[in-house]
Write a protein that binds this ligand. Structure first.
Ligand code: MG
Length: 262
């Protein structure tokens, strides 16, 4: 099942919906509807109206997530391009709630950031019992200058709009092997990242186990699993995002997100 959160011209209040081909059926009102489905507290049976996907505005599938975990340095080629040694344990950090934005963005470059970069990633949405309930596409947008000069990544990774994700959640029953999905990122139509989640250093089960050593994963939590090689900082010379650029990220069978930079 594909679970989306959206608004329409007639419903500025967010709706939770089930995407089927080019249409979406609303099943509940409110920005937390999809999160409530993952928690098992509501069903998707109701029919509150059906819309053409092209007529709705997709929001982040979970606009108000719980904790947003993220994993740094989790593909060998990205570890190399960032000049790090292969880590013994996953590098876990958090992105701030205010970083959440719609899959179409736009992302906004803070004046203090000069080195804005993209990171195409597979995102896990947590369901009942701390399990991987669904998956989607995310951009772990990063201010490299802040990330590099400040020992904590809070500002470099957690700025407003630095976490577009979507376009919808695809439930785990429709993703038989999330550890074998092609992942690609384009900037202004140029292919920059081209890898597969089979190249993750720490796979999905390992990440869930590692995070769960200290944190109880709850329905509505999110995990960004890391980015492959090909980020702007890794190019020679580095090529950072500029106002007007368009970033498109696709993960096999999960769809794609595309956002501009302003
Ligand atoms: Mg990342």
């Amino acid at each position: 099942m594909k679970l989306a959160t959206f608004t329409t011209d007639s419903s500025p209040e967010p709706l939770g919906g089930v995407v089927d081909g080019e249409r979406v059926r609303a099943f509940a009102r409110g920005a937390d509807a999809v999160r409530d489905v993952l928690a098992g507290t509501i069903s998707t049976e109701a029919d509150l109206g059906q819309y053409a996907l092209s007529d709705v505005r997709l929001l982040a599938p979970i606009p108000h997530p719980g904790t947003i975990f993220a994993i740094g340095l989790n593909y060998a080629d990205h570890i190399a391009e960032m000049g790090h040694a292969s880590p013994q344990w996953p590098t876990v950090f958090l992105k701030a709630a205010n970083s959440v934005t719609a899959p179409s963005g736009p992302i906004v470059k803070p004046a203090v950031v000069a080195k804005l970069d993209y990171e195409g990633e597979l995102m896990i949405a947590i369901g009942q019992g701390g399990t991987a309930a669904a998956y989607c596409v995310a951009d772990d947008v990063t201010g490299r200058d802040l990330q590099g000069r400040e020992p904590q990544w809070v500002r470099g990774k957690g700025a407003d709009t630095f976490c577009p994700f979507g376009p919808w959640l695809t439930t785990a029953d429709e993703v038989p092997d999330p550890g074998n999905l092609a992942i690609r990122t384009w900037v202004n139509g140029e292919l920059r990242q081209n890898s597969n989640t089979s190249n993750l250093v720490f796979g999905i089960e390992a990440l869930l186990a590692f995070i769960s050593e200290t944190c109880t994963l709850r329905a509505g939590d999110l995990i960004l699993t890391g980015t492959p090689g090909g980020v702007g900082q890794g190019m020679s010379p580095a090529r950072y995002l500029q106002s007007g650029d368009t970033v498109r990220i696709e993960v096999e069978s999960l769809g794609q997100i595309e956002h501009s930079v302003s």
